[in-house]
Design a binder for this molecule. Structure first.
Ligand SMILES: CC(=O)SCCNC(=O)CCNC(=O)[C@H](O)C(C)(C)COP(=O)(O)OP(=O)(O)OC[C@H]1O[C@@H](n2cnc3c(N)ncnc32)[C@H](O)[C@@H]1OP(=O)(O)O
Ligand SMILES: O=CC(=O)O
Ligand SMILES: [Mg+2]
Length: 729
């Protein structure tokens, strides 16, 4: 029996009520009476529209299913498009316009840089992410496969100087590329000093040189004749050469350089959506509490690491002397966005006048804005937005009406919290097919508050499969990335972003690097997102941010965008190309490999979600490569299996066998964890195993193929039976 407080006609879970009244409202300038009164009327006014938008999604999906079942030919693109127009799936396009978002921070409009995403329920990771504005290049290289192991350079228990040499060579090559010396290499430097307001570098042959472009030197720390840090700037991003001749690495370097500190994650998404498992008021209070701590600058957490207790708090800003002696202050923390949930789910944390759960997206919008108001009204020592803006990322919206609804919600929230109109900025995830196809209209609905668009290609792939579930069997999961619809979607997103004037107002972002351990591959591939016109792209970890930022040093995204803006094109027909397979190409072992790979990923992720409440995990795939799995990747795998079962590529029995076999493998992978409950001991009674099966066998009937309804219900069931562990931090 849940414990509720009655206020007006609302019933509010008492832990949430306490959090709001005792922690979030004080000093916000909003009284408890007004807050709950206005919240109730907002719920009363907006819940029906939320519901009817979802009903419209269902209605459209049914019509699409029927059209395919009646064996209409998708190859006949004109009649397919006409059908989609007829049911309101394809919207008539609005006239040309430009967005006008104001008061957007430099990290969004002038700097291009990596965007880190982090589950906001994990205070240790969330603080680490906020602090990932700056990261050590030496550590990021040393600890990853960007540096190869050849010639005895394996990373071991203790420092391997052979590996260290490769790291230093890589880093100095980088310096030579982005802040070269006149005619020489940073490798030849033996001393950095500040002379006549400029950087002066003494070389091992006695020559003294400066930077080829002297304006790249911005400032220093320490004394001009013996600086401890040299601040350089390239493409709007900073690099600090750190010097300490007493440091173990500095001692080995002729110039005393111990590291390059990189400005890394310029922005970070504090995620309350697909990377968290939040199913009730208790979970939501943990999330909101962390966000409040971040927005007020007070969040702190202690944990054991390498045998010592570490206490982590938000970093201070970084201060340097400019060449002319004034202070330069650079932000020590990433600019934080908060990702709310979408329009689909409801929550029993608050019940309305009819005793019904309220839309969770409405609750997230109101409470995360209240939390961020503390930053806007300067209740925090460490500001997030210097422009007084609140950044909310809104995922999984279908088409422009749903975006318009988010705008209405944000208007109402601004009114109830006493915030100026358009204080709340919106990041629109372009990750559902109906949004991709109507992106211009979607942007139009929020043209005064849009701060980013982002191609969430993982959810988008899940929706691609679900929308056309009845059209036929899909190509293999690994082939999706190369398919025409996906390439066209990525290009179209940038084209429309540029066409609607996002430059100078909002980010054009690209998706996640989902292989956190394959950093060398990331370095080879992820620069292409910038070449395609994105001025930010998602990374899964601070290390990835520190490495990915090198791409922004090498590629000037402003010029890339300026070239692309000249080439508008309509990609709709290509986006509508459904990735149907020619299944005669598959051997039985291809098919087995596909189902086992999907099954392993699903089980490895779901068991941690259900039993531990962990919403983002690194899960080995069938080739033993650790993949970042979240609800979006789960959506793809479960929809893919559902699609193949639906079209008879595999039988349900075959998939169930694979699930059982893979459960044994996942159990083995987790054998070292004493709190882990094996699924294969009792398949029938393992809630995690049953949840995974349900996601697949009932996948075709899930709304938009989403995974959250089943995950939430199953986690709540496990919680009610007291079969869960709390291992979030
Ligand atoms: C489709 C989408 O919606 S994508 C968006 C959702 N995805 C995400 O948010 C990805 C976030 N990333 C993560 O959660 C993690 O990096 C995972 C789950 C992929 C891997 O986590 P782990 O296995 O714990 O990573 P690993 O052991 O290599 O590293 C742990 C260290 O890295 C840090 N770390 C890892 N990821 C992050 C992150 N995203 N932000 C901040 N710190 C991080 C941890 O704080 C920890 O360092 P610490 O000991 O100093 O605290
Ligand atoms: O949210 C991101 C995605 O790829 O989905
Ligand atoms: Mg997504």
């Amino acid at each position: 029996m849940k414990d509720y407080v009655n206020i007006g006609n609302l019933q509010i879970a008492s832990n949430l009520y306490e959090f709001i009244n005792l922690k979030a409202l004080p000093e916000s300038g909003v009284s408890s009476d007004c807050f709950w009164r206005d919240f109730e009327s907002l719920i009363t006014d907006l819940s029906p529209e939320n519901q009817s938008l979802l009903a419209k999604r269902e209605d459209i999906q049914k019509k699409v299913d029927t059209w395919h079942k009646e064996n209409q030919k998708v190859e006949d693109s004109a009649s397919y498009q006409a059908f989609l127009q007829g049911i309101g799936y394809l919207e008539p396009e609005v006239k040309d316009f430009n967005v006008s978002t104001q008061n957007v921070d430099d990290e969004v409009v002038t700097q291009s840089g990596p965007q880190l995403v982090v589950p906001a329920d994990n205070a240790r990771y969330a603080l680490n992410a906020a602090n990932a504005r700056w990261g050590s290049l030496y550590d990021s290289l040393y600890g990853t496969d960007v540096i190869n192991n050849e010639g005895g350079a394996e990373p071991g228990g203790s420092y391997n100087p052979l590996r260290g040499e490769k790291v230093i060579a890589y880093a100095k090559d980088f310096l030579d590329q982005v802040a070269p010396l006149e005619n020489y290499s940073h490798k030849e430097a033996i001393k950095y000093t500040i002379i006549n307001k400029g950087l002066s570098v003494t070389l091992n042959n006695g020559t003294v040189v400066g930077l080829l472009e002297p304006t790249k030197f911005e400032g220093y720390q320490g004394f001009p004749e013996e600086p401890s840090a040299i601040l350089l700037q390239n493409n709007g991003l900073h690099v600090e050469i750190q010097i300490d001749r007493n440091h173990p690495i500095g001692q080995t370097d002729d110039a005393g350089v111990k590291d390059l500190l990189m400005e890394s994650a310029t922005t970070t998404i504090m995620d309350c959506e697909d990377s968290v498992a939040a199913v009730d008021a208790e979970d939501k209070v943990l999330l909101y509490g962390n966000l409040l701590g971040l927005m007020k600058g007070e969040l702190s957490t202690s944990f054991e690491k390498n045998g010592t207790t570490v206490t982590r708090t938000l970093n201070e800003d970084r201060v340097y002397s400019s060449s002319s002696g004034e202070d330069i202050t650079l932000r020590g923390r990433s600019l934080m966005f908060m990702r709310n949930v979408g329009h689909l789910m409801t929550t029993d944390a608050i019940l309305d006048k009819d005793n019904q759960e309220i839309p969770e997206g409405i609750m997230d919008g109101v409470i995360t804005s209240l939390i961020a108001k503390h930053d806007v009204i300067k209740n925090s020592q460490q500001k997030n937005s210097t422009k007084g803006s609140i950044y909310i990322v809104k995922p999984k919206m279908h088409g422009s009406e749903e975006v318009a609804f988010a705008n209405t919600l944000f208007n109402r929230i601004e009114d109830m919290l006493g915030l100026a109109r358009y204080t709340i900025k919106i990041g629109v995830m372009d990750e559902e097919r109906r949004t991709t196809l109507n992106l211009k209209n979607c942007i139009h609905e929020v043209k005064e508050r849009i701060a980013f668009i982002n191609t969430g290609f993982l959810d988008r792939t899940g929706d691609e499969i679900h929308t056309s579930m009845e059209a036929g069997p899909m190509i293999r999961k690994k082939d999706m990335k190369g398919s025409n619809w996906l390439r066209s979607y990525e290009t179209s997103n940038v084209t429309i972003g540029l066409e609607t004037g996002l430059q100078g107002h909002a980010q054009i972002g690209k998706g996640m690097w989902a292989m956190p351990e394959l950093m060398n591959a990331m370095m080879e591939q992820k620069g292409s997102q910038l070449e395609a016109g994105a001025n930010t792209a998602w990374v899964p970890s601070p290390t990835a941010a520190t490495l990915h930022v090198l791409h922004y040093h090498h590629i000037d995204v402003h010029s890339v965008q300026n070239k692309l803006v000249q080439q508008p094109q309509d990609f709709r027909a290509n986006i509508l190309e459904i990735p149907l397979a020619n299944n005669s190409e598959w051997s039985p072992s291809d098919i087995q490999n596909e189902i086992e790979n999907n099954a392993q990923g699903i089980l490895g992720y779901v068991v941690r979600w259900i039993d531990f409440g962990i919403g983002c995990s690194k899960v080995p795939d069938i080739n033993n490569i650790g993949l970042m799995e979240d609800r979006a990747t789960l959506r793809i795998s479960s929809q893919h299996l559902a699609n193949w079962i639906h079209h008879g590529i595999v039988t349900k029995e075959q998939v169930l066998d694979a699930m059982k076999n893979m459960a044994k493998i996942v159990d083995k992978q987790n054998a070292g964890d004493t709190e882990y409950r094996p699924m294969s001991v009792d398949y029938e009674n393992s809630i995690a195993f049953q949840a995974a099966c349900e996601l697949v066998f009932k996948g075709a009937e899930q709304p938009s193929g989403y995974t959250e309804p089943i995950l939430h219900r199953r986690r709540a069931e496990a919680k009610a039976k007291d079969l869960v562990y709390n291992d979030k931090n």
